[in-house]
Design a protein around this ligand. Structure first.
Ligand code: NAI
Length: 236
């Protein structure tokens, strides 16, 4: 069993749930998830937090540290979409996505790295997206936040790389979750034609890459963008 404390944001469903579940399966005994509602998978402890609310996050971190210890493996997974074409995108649609997907990651990161520096060990894994580098019509807000995570991971690598901390982006392509089930049928069929693998992935296919990146085997990988996209984004 690994005693390292793992935190996955947005662990009550989708990719975050699968990641937390995979850490438990891999033998981690201290897996925390943040939720806004609901629970994480069996074997994890849920803490209420909203990444757009610094006070709720700070309170969750204080509770996690008291219950399990300082976070050594952070998976910043919580994210939203508010898709529409640029000309129709409101300030609110842009800012809501930035506030969750980018500012939210910053808030979690700042709070988590303190403990990692003390431990001289840490893993920062940011859940980006293939569209961060590929771009996507109708996702100017979302893709901008996801490409920003690359700069973030690389800057953390430069700031904290000598302290045993790695920071990487995992960039999923299309994964079968609530986020993609909201897409229209014809668009799903069209995307599948463009993906060399010819299919969407299951959340567990992303989760297994994340647990590997968190392991000692991946200690020399930092500042990288690891695609899990069936070949959709290659060349970027
Ligand atoms: P989902 O919509 O099923 O789950 C998102 C999770 O984030 C939920 O647990 C939700 O409560 C949480 N969340 C959202 N806003 C939050 C906030 N303000 N504070 C705290 N938690 C919040 O989405 P899914 O598909 O599981 O996506 C997870 C991550 O993977 C996201 O960052 C998403 O952008 C990314 N991703 C998903 C892809 C897909 O095909 N499903 C593809 C590429 C990236």
């Amino acid at each position: 069993m690994s005693e390292r404390v793992v935190l996955v944001t947005g662990g009550n469903r989708g990719i975050g749930f699968a990641i937390a579940e995979e850490f438990v399966r891999a033998g981690y005994s201290k897996v925390a998830v943040t939720v806004r509602s609901g629970e994480g998978p069996a074997g994890t402890t849920a803490f209420k937090a909203d990444v757009t609310d610094a006070a709720s996050l700070d309170a969750a971190f204080t509770e996690i540290e008291a219950a399990l210890g300082p976070v050594e493996i952070l998976v910043a997974n919580a994210g939203i979409t508010r898709d529409t074409l640029l000309m129709r995108m409101s300030d609110e649609q842009f800012e809501e996505v930035v506030n969750t997907n980018l500012n939210g990651v910053f808030r979690v990161l700042r709070r988590a790295t303190m403990g990692m520096i003390k431990k001289k060990h840490g893993r920062v894994i940011l859940i980006g997206s293939v569209v961060g580098l590929l771009g996507s019509a109708g996702q100017v807000n979302y893709s901008a936040t996801k490409s920003a995570l690359v700069g973030m991971a690389r800057s953390i690598t430069r700031e904290l790389g000598s302290r045993g901390i790695t920071a990487n982006v995992v960039a999923p392509g299309f994964i079968d979750t609530d986020m993609t089930s909201a897409l229209p049928e014809d668009l799903i069929a069209d995307y599948k034609k463009k993906i060399p693998a010819g299919r969407f992935a299951s959340p567990s296919e992303v989760a297994k890459v994340v647990t590997w990146l968190a392991s000692d085997d991946a200690a020399y990988i930092s500042g990288a963008v690891i695609p899990v996209d069936g070949g959709l984004g290659m060349g970027h």
